[in-house]
Design a protein around this ligand. Structure first.
Ligand code: DAH
Length: 339
């Protein structure tokens, strides 16, 4: 019987050493040391033994049982440890792997420059207003002192929607809309898209952006216009900028002027940037024509004002040394990511 027990122990040991799943080990435990297992079966035959043999075999059987039970436990622990190690290995995070970076968007160069211009004017007490891009002929031309047969219409190749409705060719109609609604004092700028039936090239586009400015109050003079514009240009281009006013003509202002800034590239000597002129045109401006004030129900005897209009693309092109405005609209990220 002792030999039988020893044989069971050895078999159990051998099978356990081969087992590599927790379920198999548990099955082996039941098979050998369970209530209906082989050990129990043997012990049931103890009655056949002599009284001297019984305690000896009983003790040996207990030793075999605890041997098997220990072996089962340590095999289980061994397997659990293996499983844990494998899991740790499989789930290891490689912190040196490069992450999936999400490219961050940022402002378009035209927006950067526009925001800067807005900030300068807001700092001088101007309000920002917007007007419609699809506009009545009346606001875009008529009320601005540009009647149907006026030659100024030819210079602004207009997209007509109907006889009376156009895509605005300038932001100046917003002046009229503001003056119709609001009593002076008025101090606004109005940025927005404008449209002209121009062929696309490095300096022309059927869609571009302007910023309109308008100030109306009692006793506004050309000196206010000059002071405001000089301040604006120095904030935009630096305190050492040199500004020049040149007489010009616009139907909706009298007198009118164009404003140039001395070329910051050559300091007035003449270079590629200023096309050898030494000066760069920045904007148009003037004192609001009394007829325009009248058209908007403002008494030109009581009030006066000045207006200005500038092209956003031109400012941005100069600021960043971009020589083809088409780059602003193509949305090529190789271009845009440089700002
Ligand atoms: N509207 C003009 C244009 O598109 C620009 C302009 C010039 C606007 C003089 C003004 C101004 O308000 O006073 O060419």
């Amino acid at each position: 019987m002792k030999a039988k027990l020893e044989e069971i122990r050895q078999r159990a040991e051998e099978e356990l050493s081969k087992a590599n799943a927790v379920e198999t080990i548990e099955e082996l435990r039941v098979k050998y040391a369970g209530k209906k297992g082989e050990l129990t079966a043997i012990l049931k035959q103890m009655g056949k033994l002599s009284p001297e043999e019984r305690p000896v075999i009983g003790q040996f059987a207990n030793e075999v049982r605890s041997y098997i039970e220990n072996a089962v436990e340590s095999k289980k622990a061994e397997l659990a440890e293996l499983k844990l190690q494998k899991q740790l290995q499989d789930e290891k995070i490689d912190v040196t792997l490069p992450s999936n970076t999400q490219p961050l968007g940022h402002k378009h160069p035209l927006s950067i420059v526009l925001d800067e211009i807005k900030e300068i004017f807001v700092g001088m007490g101007f309000e920002i207003v917007e007007g419609p891009e699809v506009e009545y002929d009346y606001y875009n031309f008529e009320a601005l002192n540009i009647p149907k047969d006026h030659p100024a219409r030819d210079t602004q190749d207009t997209f007509y929607i109907t006889d009376n409705i156009v895509l605005r060719t300038q932001t100046s109609p917003v002046q009229v809309r503001v003056m119709e609604k609001k009593k002076p004092p008025i101090r606004i700028i109005s940025p927005g898209r404008v449209f002209r039936s121009d062929a696309v090239d490095a300096t022309h586009s059927p869609l571009f952006h302007q910023i309109e400015g308008l100030v109306v109050d009692k006793d506004i003079t050309f000196a206010d216009l000059k002071g405001t514009l000089e301040t604006f240009i120095k904030r935009l281009y630096g305190d050492d900028s040199v500004v020049r006013f040149r007489p010009h003509h616009f139907p909706f202002t009298e007198p009118s002027a164009e404003v140039d800034v001395q070329c910051f590239s050559c300091k007035g000597k003449g270079c590629r940037v200023c096309k050898n002129e030494g000066w760069i045109e920045i904007l148009g401006c003037g004192m609001v024509h009394p007829k325009v004030l009248e058209n908007c129900g403002i008494d030109p005897e009581e009030y006066s004002g000045f207006a200005l209009g500038l092209g956003l693309e031109r400012v941005a092109m100069r600021r960043y040394g971009v020589d083809d405005m088409r780059l602003f609209y193509e949305n090529d990220t190789r271009f845009l990511s440089q700002f």
